[in-house]
Every structure is written in structure tokens, then in C-alpha cells.
Ligand binder design. Structure first.
Ligand code: FAD
Length: 493
């Protein structure tokens, strides 16, 4: 944890205390910190490295109450064991929260912040030193008995153990606008949403994307009356749900699912069979075709699926939490290429139902669509070219040309990148061409290819995407953090 003036090896020759460096300070880092803290002893230290205040990462650090979680209180918790710590937090502050509610994301940010501060105070009372360094880490280097965490301010930290909780902070710029990066009327992401709120009320905005971050953008823009057009290659909006919570009794035959081989010829049929059986075990089961809309056009499909959700006719939603856990367990030991091949086949359906939107958001979108403020384009632009500081010329596949004042990318975020930058040196961020990618072991530790031992460097949340299929889910990160805390408790320094 000791700050170093330069990048020389930072490790003492022998250490009896544990000096933990956590890179990233969002919800995943707080989940890791709060679960690890109990395993630490007097004299140990924890340094959290993040330019942002700890607790307010990108996912939950938003300040706009319009933006909701798309996961219920039940599973949006820093701990993944029984009960919901978020529910306890909200209830103890007088919020009339229910496990099924989709609460505003800023409340989860507040919850993370407070849990971090409480846990920090408790650890400090026990003699554990805690520090927050407001900078970014660029690499982690193995040095004799420990690690040197290199920082952007040209200093370094010594660590016996490192946790990489990097989250998602680099937006994906889609092809038609990539070369216009930096244009003043091109927003690379909807966040922070103050940028959207600051656009003129008469702005005419093209939002690229029709999934979660694009929907956040559309809701903020349309709230203030801006004409907004959403577009994506699929043109498809997510399904609508009224809850994402753990079922009271298991609905899915997870054991049978775990026995399915990734190369099995009948895999698709077996997966479909297991899903249908699970949905049929839900309360008020319905044939699957009665739970969704067959409409092709996004607006009538949204209307119909909103009505089904509001009428409680979407029992598919009650198997989603189990499906996520099962897919993560099922694919954890597979080579990354097998995971990508197999899950790639189900990507469209997974993204539509696993990343479904809360009924409240669907209702707002349907209202904006009905009153003409919002539309979802039937095609994807063939070209998007700037015509001036606040004017874009957009050409559609049918040859029509339309003009917008602003373009907003709601096309998601790049997964964190880790690569080998020399023996024992892991680079954080975009890799050099041809750089090797470290292995992530079953314990979520990094290992150099061909190296006999894994390093005491753990990846949690999005940084573990080479090992864990569905990482954009706090519940999955909290489970990983619990496993890492158990390893800390079991293995001394
Ligand atoms: C807009 C959005 C909404 C989401 N909504 C939900 C939801 O409703 N429910 C749910 O379960 N999941 C949601 N997710 C998924 C979310 O990514 C996970 O839940 C995750 O656990 C969030 O916490 P995090 O700490 O991993 O990431 P983040 O919130 O992205 O925080 C990561 C932090 O790491 C810091 N960081 C990154 N790189 C470095 C570096 N090199 N050095 C120092 N600091 C660094 C960043 O500054 C940031 O503060 C959402 C994600 C996004 C992007």
C-alpha cells in the first residue's frame, strides 16, 4: 500500500502483513472490499485506486432519478447470500422498498458509498489502514514477493494482493461514427447524463442503439421534449419485465443443464426443453408464445409486451435469475472460444430477455412513441456525416436523407482489457498488437500463459469476462467477491 516515488520495484524483501490494492472503486470493488475486510488483521492495509469517489462507479454513480436499475432490489446487492442487503439498507432508511422493485440507480450508488464508509470505519478501528488514491492504474508487475501497481501519476503502490474491479468505462463507438470521435455534437455515451440534459430543448437527436443505454438516453432526451430517433441494426427493443429476482423455489433443473456438453448435437433442443420446463413450473404458467408479442415492428411489440407484463402474464421473467447463474456455472470451465461460439448462438435471445427493461421504462417509452416524440427507425443508417458543429446528415437504406443536430451513442461499453506486457507485467487497458492475454484460473486469478503458478491478482466483475459469461450483473460480481474473500480467509499471506 506504500506510495512509491517512481516505478522501481516497490516490494519489501519480506512481508508479514497483507497489503491489498483494489483497482476500481465502483460497486464491484465495494462488494469485494466489504467482504474481504473481515479477513484482514491489524497492520494490514487496503488501497483503492479510482479517480472517482469510492462507491460511485459508472453503473450506479448517476445522479438522475429517472434512470432505474433493470434488476430488482433482491439481486442488486453487495452480498449475494440469502436476503438482500440493499433491501435492508433501504428499509432501515424508511424507503418503502420491496424485493421486486427496480429502484433508481443513484440509490444503489448511495448504498455502495455508505456500505464502503461503514466497512472502512470498522476496519480502521481494528487497525487496518485504508486509503483511496484518486488516480488510475495502468499495469501490475510481479516483483519478488509481491506486486507493484503502476499508476498514471508515475507513482506506484506495493501490494501482496491485487484485485482488478475495472467495470465498464470505455464506450463502444459504432462504425458509422467512429471516425468522427471528438466531434462536438457526437456524444460517445449517454453518461454522464448532464450532457444530455444540457442539449437544447429543440435538439433533434439520433440515438444509436436500442438496448439499455440507448433507452436511458431516449428517456432523458424525450422527458424534456426533444425529438429523438433510435436506430440499431436489429431495430429491436428489449422485452419487458416487472421483476428480476430469485425464485422462492428452484424452477430450473440446473443439474441436468450442467451435464449438457457444449458440442452436443441436440444442445439447442435440450436447452429449449429445460427452459420451457422451468417456465411451466412458475406460478401461473402460460405457453411461451402467449408471453411475448409476434409483432415485427418495435412500437406495437412494446405495447403488447407492456400489456402482458402489466397483466402478470410473463412467467418467463421468473427463470431469468437462475438461468444467469446456471449459464455462468455451466460455461466457467470452458475455453473462451467455446463459450463465445456456443453463447453467440443465443446472443439475441439472451440480450432481449436477460437484459429486459422494467415495466416503468417500457411505459415511458410507449408514451413517447405514441405522442411522436420518439421513433425507432426501421433501418440502420448507411451514412452519418457531420455538416457543421451541430448538424448531421443521415442517409437511410431507402435513400431518404434526414438531418439531426446531435448523435448519441448508446451502443454499450468495451469489456476491460488485460494483456501481457513482458514477463510478469499485466497491462490494464488497450493491448499492444500481438500481446498475449493472461489466463484466468478457476479461482479468478491471473496466470501468465505457460507459467506454473497463478498470481495473487484477482479479476472481479467485468474484468473476469474471459471466465464468466454474464458479468454485467452486480449479483454475479458479489458472488465472485465472496469466493475471493473465502480464498483470503483460507490462505495466509
Ligand atoms: C449504465 C449501466 C447500468 C447498469 N445497470 C445495472 C443494474 O441495474 N443492475 C446490475 O446488476 N448491473 C447493472 N450494470 C452492470 C454493472 O456493470 C455491474 O453491476 C457492476 O457490478 C457495476 O460495478 P463495477 O464496479 O464493476 O463497475 P463500474 O460502476 O463501471 O465502476 C468501475 C470503476 O472502476 C474505475 N476504473 C476502471 N479502470 C480503472 C483503472 N485502470 N484505474 C483506476 N480505476 C479504474 C472506474 O473509474 C469506475 O469508477 C449496469 C452497467 C451500466 C454500464
Amino acid at each position: 500500500m506504500h506510495p512509491q516515488p517512481d516505478l522501481e520495484p516497490a516490494c519489501p524483501t519480506m512481508t508479514t502483513s497483507r497489503d491489498v490494492v483494489i483497482v476500481g472503486g465502483g460497486a464491484t470493488a465495494v462488494s469485494s472490499f466489504t467482504q474481504l475486510a473481515a479477513t484482514l488483521s491489524p497492520g494490514d492495509s487496503v488501497t483503492i485506486v479510482d479517480p472517482n469517489p469510492v462507491g460511485f462507479g459508472h453503473a450506479f454513480g448517476t445522479s438522475d432519478p429517472l434512470l432505474l436499475c433493470n434488476t430488482s432490489v433482491d439481486v442488486t446487492s453487495l452480498r449475494a447470500d440469502d436476503g438482500s442487503d440493499l433491501l435492508d439498507y433501504l428499509s432501515s432508511r424508511g424507503w418503502p422498498a420491496h424485493p421486486e422493485d427496480f429502484v433508481p440507480r443513484y440509490l444503489v450508488g448511495q448504498y455502495c458509498r455508505e456500505r464502503y464508509q461503514e466497512s472502512r470505519r470498522r476496519a480502521e478501528r481494528r487497525g487496518v489502514r485504508i486509503e483511496h488514491r484518486r488516480t488510475r492504474a495502468t499495469a501490475v508487475r510481479r516483483d519478488g514477493t509481491g506486486y507493484t501497481v503502476e499508476l498514471t501519476d508515475s507513482t506506484a503502490l506495493f501490494a501482496t494482493d491485487v484485485l482488478l474491479c475495472l467495470g465498464l468505462d470505455r464506450p463502444v463507438l459504432p462504425e458509422p461514427v467512429r471516425r468522427h470521435a471528438g466531434h462536438p455534437a457526437l456524444l460517445d455515451a449517454p453518461y454522464p447524463v448532464d450532457r444530455l440534459r444540457g442539449l437544447p430543448r429543440d435538439a433533434e437527436v439520433l440515438v444509436l442503439g436500442t438496448k439499455l443505454s440507448a433507452i436511458d438516453a431516449a428517456l432523458v432526451l424525450c422527458r424534456d421534449g426533444r425529438r429523438t430517433v433510435m436506430t440499431s441494426p436489429s431495430g429491436e427493443l428489449p422485452a419487458v419485465r416487472t421483476r428480476l429476482r430469485r425464485p422462492e423455489r428452484p424452477l430450473l433443473d440446473a443439474d441436468r443443464w450442467q451435464r449438457l456438453a457444449p458440442g452436443a448435437a441436440n444442445l439447442d433442443r435440450e436447452v429449449a426443453r429445460l427452459l420451457v420446463e422451468a417456465v411451466n413450473r412458475a406460478d401461473r404458467p402460460l405457453p411461451l408464445r402467449e408471453q411475448t408479442s409476434p409483432a415485427d415492428a418495435p412500437a406495437p411489440r412494446l405495447e403488447r409486451e407492456l400489456a402482458l407484463a402489466a397483466a402478470g402474464r410473463v412467467p418467463w421473467q421468473d427463470v431469468v435469475a437462475e438461468v444467469i447463474d446456471t449459464i455462468n456455472d455451466w460455461t466457467a470451465a470452458w475455453p473462451a472460444s467455446t463459450r463465445a461460439d456456443v453463447l453467440g448462438r443465443y446472443r439475441t435471445v439472451m440480450s432481449r430477455y436477460i437484459s429486459a427493461i422494467p415495466e416503468r421504462n417500457a411505459r415511458l417509452l410507449a408514451g413517447h412513441l405514441a405522442d411522436g416524440r420518439l421513433s425507432v427507425a426501421t433501418g440502420y443508417p448507411t451514412s452519418i456525416e457531420p455538416e457543421g458543429p451541430t448538424s448531421w446528415r443521415v442517409e437511410w437504406p431507402d435513400g431518404r436523407v434526414e438531418h439531426f443536430t446531435h448523435v448519441v451513442c448508446g451502443t454499450g461499453f468495451q469489456k476491460p482489457q488485460l494483456s501481457l506486457a513482458g514477463p510478469g507485467r499485466y497491462r490494464i487497458g488497450p493491448a499492444e498488437p500481438g500481446a498475449a492475454v493472461p489466463e484466468i484460473t478457476a479461482e479468478l486469478r491471473l496466470r501468465e500463459p505457460q507459467h506454473p503458478e497463478a498470481d495473487r491478482i484477482w479479476v472481479v466483475g467485468a474484468a473476469a469476462h474471459h471466465r464468466t459469461a454474464i458479468v454485467n450483473y452486480l449479483n454475479a460480481a458479489a458472488k465472485q467477491a465472496a469466493r475471493i474473500a473465502a480464498q483470503f480467509a483460507a490462505v495466509p499471506v
